[in-house]
Design a protein around this ligand. Structure first.
Ligand code: NAD
Length: 415
């Protein structure tokens, strides 16, 4: 979206937090550096017989609280700094929710839309082959992210199992249910986001049944956010966009029809379900809730003045740059930060790991109850701290998350 460095954004949040927690400069430096990173070049036989090299990364950011965990992104704009940032965000997210996990992230510079199904499968397997020595179900566990999905996880789990000579469900989460995947994982990120919004709406005395919503992004997270908006909270989704553009209907969009249109045509353009709008217009709509659910750096110093929503719920990772954060908070916009708002995915991934370890499969209701309890309790803790100290939800989230990591580093004797 822009070339603003997400890693610098996340480091700035850690700096603020180190100040709030009065951490020494040595500890602050440790928290701002990844523990390990792996850079691999992956040769891939293409369908036409040629060989192409792809660059892949895995960053294991901090494992003080447990094995590292994080998604794998397939996208042309992947950079090592972006993966470092996303691995850091995973560390703070897992710690905020007190999951017994550290943070990691992986990525491959590629355009999955230009690869055939066969090429995608070979690339997924080759990535695992290249990383196999550095990952493991009790060391570093992968999951889907932008450009990857449950099918990718199935290929990756299968490849890792072949390498180690035994079926190892716990190496990747977000798998299909038929091979150790969890119920509710597909829409867990979006579901968790709505549970948080339900709580936030009570604090802000916003009537969700009358609330309007605009969603940027219509992939795994954005599409599910749109589908769940009304069933979970009674909200009206008036606008949605993807990388091709957006669509708006003030009376409310028919999300199921939009989803069908995307399945048939590959994008949400020209659906006939509303007025065609640009992504820029979507971000500036007069709605109650704006949900960025696409890529990072969507809201910057340049376009923050356009935002008219009362609440920004960061279903995506890093959608607001550090420079846009404080001014919008000062304007009274409630920003529910990524590490709080989109943790539903990793919470259910953790529950998937627990099921895999026990060779068990839990009912939907069990997963949903645990997800809702974990997410709402943490939201209340963050909100309490934010109100008590008159700081933003982001600053409060980072304070709790970093504190949990520092505690673990101390008892392990690292500090
Ligand atoms: P995805 O690849 O399934 O979907 C991404 C969507 O964003 C697509 O609809 C794409 O068209 C759209 N998009 C890309 N560029 C855009 C632009 N400039 N304007 C508008 N839309 C644009 O990815 P996803 O899994 O839905 O992830 C979305 C975000 O949520 C990412 O930040 C990801 O890190 C984060 N996230 C994902 C999960 C998960 O479980 N998948 C969990 C937590 C956080």
């Amino acid at each position: 979206m822009t070339d603003i460095n997400l890693f610098e954004t996340v480091q700035k949040h850690v700096c603020t937090c180190a100040f709030d927690l009065k951490l020494s400069s040595n500890i602050e430096m440790l928290l701002k550096m990844p523990l390990q990173e792996h850079h691999v070049s992956i040769p891939l036989r293409m369908d036409d017989g040629s060989v192409k090299a792809f660059q892949g990364y895995r960053v294991q950011y901090n494992d003080a609280r447990g094995p590292t965990k994080g998604g794998i992104r397939f996208h042309p704009d992947v950079t090592i700094d972006q993966i470092r940032a996303l691995a850091a965000l995973m560390t703070w997210k897992c710690a905020l929710f007190r999951l017994p996990l550290g943070g990691a992230k992986g990525g491959v510079i590629c355009n999955p839309k230009e690869l055939s199904a066969g090429e995608l499968e070979r690339l997924s397997r080759a990535y695992v082959k290249a990383m196999a020595h550095f990952i493991g179900p009790d060391r570093d566990i992968g999951a889907p992210d932008v450009g990857t999905n449950s099918q990718t996880m199935a290929w990756m789990m299968d490849e890792y199992s072949k390498i180690v000579g035994k079926t190892t469900f716990g190496i990747f989460t977000g798998k299909p249910v038929s091979i150790g995947g969890s119920e509710q994982r597909d829409d867990a990120t979006a579901r968790g986001g709505w549970y948080i919004l339900e709580e936030a709406a009570k604090d802000l005395t916003l009537d969700l049944e009358k609330a309007t919503v605009a969603i940027q992004g219509f992939g795994n997270v954005g599409e599910n956010a749109a589908l769940l908006a009304h069933p979970l909270c009674g909200c009206r989704v008036v606008a949605v966009s993807d990388s091709s553009g957006g669509v708006m209907n003030r009376d409310g969009l028919d999300i199921r029809k939009l989803k069908d249109h995307k399945r048939k045509t590959g994008s949400i353009r020209n659906s006939g379900l509303g007025e065609e709008i640009t992504n820029k217009q979507l971000l500036g709509l007069d709605v109650d809730i704006l949900i960025p659910a696409a890529l990072e750096n969507a809201i910057t110093r340049v376009n923050m003045g356009d935002v008219r929503a009362k609440i920004i719920a960061e279903f995506a990772n890093g959608p607001t740059t550090a420079e846009a954060d404080d001014p919008m908070y000062a304007r009274g916009i409630t920003i529910i930060p990524d590490i709080l708002c989109n943790a539903g995915g990793v919470i259910v991934s953790y529950l998937e790991m627990v099921q895999n370890l026990n060779m068990d499969h839990w009912e939907k209701e069990v997963i949903d109850t645990r997800l809702k309890k974990t997410i709402t309790e943490t939201y209340r803790a963050v909100n309490g701290l934010s109100r008590e100290n008159k700081i933003s939800l982001r600053r409060a989230s980072y304070s709790l998350a970093v504190l949990h990591v520092v505690e673990a580093m101390k008892v392990r004797g690292w500090l």
